[in-house]
Design a binder for this molecule. Structure first.
Ligand SMILES: [Zn+2]
Length: 491
């Protein structure tokens, strides 16, 4: 008994009680996730007013938690490509156009994020993966002129990557189909990370120019199966045959398709990162920053029936960031360095927002560390990525996890920073990602809803984020010298 008491005394003396005293609130986290993933914000598509409304919600929360705008205003404005999909219809018919099979937007198919606006009522040709390379030409023995082309998403792994790299993105496939005279493209989603029964939204469709009048839709694999039923080959057969024979298996369908897409495309729509600062308590260290960042945007909404809520991706990370701000405000131990909170826009477009941030934030040398929080509402444990590049920063997270959290952080992996952290890594700012590990279930699908958020892991990840940020703020970790071999600071 006495021993246990002594042990407790030692334990208590080695731990800053106040840091432990703040516990992440599941209720508060879920309020944020529920709000941000609601239809009010229409899937938070960067470049829309709905995204800016979500940004306003985040700003109001940050203000409540004692965070101030960095500079004159909260927003760091920039331009982004934006395609509003107002409506889309899709049906097929065999002999008579009076007898149509109607497919439902959001259930059977969705549009490619960067679909053009247009109408097509035409015969259909299946062209495998949509490749027209000389050695593997899936357009060679069919006539796509004036037709709707159906292809699989992705590329076959039996072809070398220097061939397939030109056909990986939806815009690559669209460019090829259009060049062969097609009037619309149907890309069956073969992605293994998505259920065959669920549509999968996208924003980034590749670097090629927008095809303003060329409709592109993406049926589920299940819907693709129905589209190819009663044709020359069914979906599984043709998939197998292409991969076994390693030869094109293109054919004309007996069915016709009718597709209509209504969209408003803006090449340079206004959007903004939100940047707030929680001033450090130490007058000497206040000019140094620990940056916490999360992507706020998601892949939007199509028509009135297809909402991508993005609860895990990434309302969960935004909620963890906001809850960290609330916990800092409540904490007796105040951060010595200032903590900068950044919500990125256009994360779904190759992390444009984080690239804009590092290109325009002037005291880059004053950033000691960047901690990204992304998709922390699913999986089977929490991962901290980046130990291969920034072992000292990573070990801070590991230390606080052992001391104050659950000890669930992945160990022994050699990972590099990902997602929004890549822009920071590129210029040598020490960075890590706190994210889910294994079993990620919500890749841009309508079922990424608040009810499917893993309650345990979102709390654990938030606790880890808060403790890591507070520890980093005290100044023991010196980003620029601890990781000096890697730090470049070009700016
Ligand atoms: Zn995403």
């Amino acid at each position: 008994m006495k021993k246990l008491f002594l042990l407790l005394m030692v334990f208590a003396a080695t731990m800053p009680l106040t840091a432990r005293a703040q516990v992440a609130s599941l209720d508060t986290l879920l309020v944020h996730v529920r709000e941000l993933s609601s239809s009010t914000y229409e899937g938070r598509l960067a470049g829309t007013d709905a995204f800016l409304s979500a940004a306003d919600y985040v700003i109001e929360a940050l203000e409540r938690y004692g965070v101030e705008p960095y500079g004159d205003e909260w927003g760091q404005y920039f331009e982004t490509e934006c395609n509003l999909i107002e409506n889309c219809t899709f049906n097929s018919y065999l002999h008579s156009s009076d007898n149509r099979t109607v497919y439902v937007l959001g259930r059977d198919y969705c549009c490619a994020g960067m679909t053009g606006r247009g109408y097509a009522d035409a015969s259909v040709v299946f062209c495998g993966y949509g490749i027209d390379n000389g050695a593997f030409d899936e357009y060679a023995n069919v006539d796509a002129q004036g037709k709707i082309v159906v292809v699989f998403s992705g590329v076959p792994n039996f072809l070398p990557s220097n061939v397939t790299s030109k056909y990986t993105q939806i815009r690559d496939k669209a460019r090829v189909a259009k060049a062969h005279g097609a009037c619309a493209l149907v890309v069956i989603n073969m992605s293994a990370n998505c259920s065959p029964y669920e549509v999968q939204g996208s924003v980034y469709n590749g670097e090629l120019p927008h095809l303003a009048t060329f409709p592109i839709i993406q049926p589920t694999r299940d819907c693709g199966d129905r589209l190819l039923k009663d044709e020359l080959m069914n979906l599984e057969e043709v998939f197998q045959k292409i991969n076994d024979s390693q030869k094109p298996q293109s054919f004309h369908l007996r069915k016709k398709f009718e597709i209509e897409t209504n969209t408003t495309y803006t090449p340079a729509a206004l959007t903004a990162n939100v940047i707030g600062v929680y001033p450090g308590a130490d007058s000497k260290m206040r000019g140094e920053y620990v940056v916490v960042g999360a992507s706020l945007d998601h892949v939007g909404m199509q028509g009135t029936t297809c909402l991508f809520p993005g609860a895990d991706d990434n309302a969960s990370g935004v909620a963890a960031l906001l809850e960290t701000a609330r916990m800092l405000q409540m904490s007796e131990d105040q951060p010595s360095r200032s903590v900068l909170f950044v919500l990125f826009s256009s994360g779904e477009q190759q992390h444009l927002g984080s690239r804009i941030f590092v290109s325009n934030f002037s005291p880059l040398k004053k950033i000691e560390a960047f901690v990204n929080v992304d998709k922390v509402g699913s999986g089977d444990s929490i991962a901290v990525l980046g130990n291969k590049r920034y072992p000292h920063l990573w070990s801070v997270a590991k230390k606080v996890d052992t001391l104050y959290c659950s000890g669930d952080v992945m160990v022994g992996t050699k990972t590099t920073p990902k997602g929004d952290a890549v822009a920071f890594d590129y210029i040598g700012i020490p960075c890590i990602n706190i994210t889910n590990f294994k079993g990620y279930r919500h890749p841009h699908v309508p079922s990424d809803i608040v009810e499917n958020i893993d309650r345990r892991y979102i709390v654990k990840a938030t606790q880890l984020l808060f403790e890591t940020v507070l520890d980093l703020s005290f100044g023991e970790y010196q980003g620029r010298s601890n990781e000096s071999k890697r730090v470049r600071f070009d700016k």
